[in-house]
Ligand binder design. Structure first.
Ligand code: G1P
Length: 297
């Protein structure tokens, strides 16, 4: 059983309509939390988990994403001339080794399962990770690294999981739990966006996956599911039917739903407060806002 995970797929083809008009010309993955684009958080997390090959599933209008990972000699030269080592270091984190990053187009918006399937030839026959950059996870040990470690013990396929309020289950893939072992649960089934009263639990799938290459084979024949889309959840659930292990992993960390405006704002505040250079100013401002809010009541 191969459990070393070196490839990750980043599905970044979505239109980001929830952030229009900004996303008319800026890919949503380039939108910044403090001063780093969402995609940078995802890449850093992948690197720390040992990923060395990065596969982006993109679409029309995502050119800025490709440019972001290029070297920018003029900018670097200028920063060197002005003696700005900190900024140079920040830039270096955006550079990729030649050949480490691949872009493949999803030609039609047929769903997350279809986006992942578009990368099948680049994955071949080994386990791989999927990271949804909308889900930003602040954690002492990065979420995917936690999962890679757990996966070395379990094999099979693994999804990040988190309890959500029952009424929110219709926004997520939801796990039907077979055995709850604490941070790890084994899974009997998975349903994509069930109505709240039909959800098998309130344990939701969060956008980190380590998948058996067999999931890609399942995607060859998966039909449209929830929302009329080809769902990754259904292809993972098909593993269970074939008696291949599927696990949920309750990660340690705080997840922000940066696919929603409110989640994005919360993440901005949280990441701002975590920064030494911003904490005092921002905290003072937030205190003022709260005090003024209370005064207004
Ligand atoms: C996707 C997945 C869903 C998962 C969610 C986590 O849904 O299809 O199973 O729970 O990400 O963020 P989306 O939010 O893209 O609709």
């Amino acid at each position: 059983m191969q459990t070393k995970v070196t490839k990750a797929i980043f599905p970044v083809a979505g239109l980001g309509t929830r952030f229009l008009p900004a996303t008319k010309s800026v890919p949503k993955e380039i939108m910044t939390l403090v001063d780093r684009p969402l995609i940078q958080y995802a890449i850093d997390e992948a690197r720390e988990a040992g990923i060395t090959e990065f596969i982006f599933v993109t679409s029309r209008g995502k050119g800025a994403l490709e440019d972001y990972f290029d070297h920018s000699p003029t900018l670097e030269q200028e920063l060197r001339r002005k003696n700005k080592p900190d900024l140079l270091e920040a830039l270096e984190a955006t550079n990729m080794d030649s050949g480490a990053i691949a872009y493949i187009r999803q030609h039609k918006a047929l769903g997350l399962g279809h986006a992942v399937w578009c990368a099948r030839r680049l994955i071949g026959d080994e386990p791989f990770a999927v990271i949804l950059p909308d889900d930003v996870i602040a954690a002492e040990k990065p979420c995917l690294k936690q999962m890679v470690e757990a996966y070395a013990e379990t094999g099979g396929s693994m999804v990040a999981a988190m309890e959500v309020p029952q009424e929110k289950t219709s926004s997520y893939g939801v796990l039907d739990v077979r055995e709850d072992m604490g941070s790890l649960v084994s899974v009997n089934g998975m349903v994509e966006k069930p109505p709240a009263d039909k959800a098998p639990s309130n344990l939701a799938v969060i956008g980190r996956y380590i998948l058996s290459p067999n999931v890609l084979k399942n995607l060859n024949s998966i039909k449209e599911g929830a929302g009329g889309e080809i769902q990754l959840t259904d292809a993972i659930a098909a593993e269970i039917a074939q008696n291949n292990g599927v696990y949920g992993y309750r990660f340690r960390g705080q997840r922000f739903d940066c696919g929603s405006k409110s989640g994005f704002l919360q993440a901005t505040v949280a990441f701002g407060l975590a920064r030494d250079d911003l904490r005092d100013d921002l905290f003072g401002y937030l205190q003022d806002v709260v005090t003024m809010g209370q005064a207004a009541e």
